[in-house]
Design a protein around this ligand. Sequence first.
Ligand SMILES: [Zn+2]
Length: 160
Amino acid sequence: MTIVKNSVVSITYKLSDTSGNVLEETEEPISYLHGGYDNIFPTVEEQIHGKNVGDSLTVILEPEFAFGEYDAELVRIEDKDRFPVPDVQAGMQFEGQSDDGEEMLLYTVTEVTDDKIVVDGNHPLAGQTLHFTCTITDARPASEEEVAHGHAHGEHGHHH
Ligand SMILES: [Zn+2]
């Protein structure tokens, strides 16, 4: 089957950085609803469009199409004694509002000194170019319900 809009596509994939370090790899195929539903990276979706079951492809994702450019303004320095979490250590992650209060960001503690804590609201993969290699393992037409919900159901898809 050729991948067209409103196909449920199953893929196995591997996400690596430009040095070839594997960041993420599927053990089981994942399924997504194809056709602009924002289920996977849009650049990957564009490349999968028109392909067939059995095809493999590698898509190079520039930072702006992956996890965003690195934004130095998302780095914040906080006073340790006013920090809400006790015993903070580098590497800890927590959710918090962005400075403008408009979105929730995942902050990573990057440095802890005697009185200051540095937190970084960039995605850990921000600023990185990524290689997304995938194989299309299966495809089928989506059900009306899946199209209405905007995601795939079933074994490797969304469970309610
Ligand atoms: Zn659903």
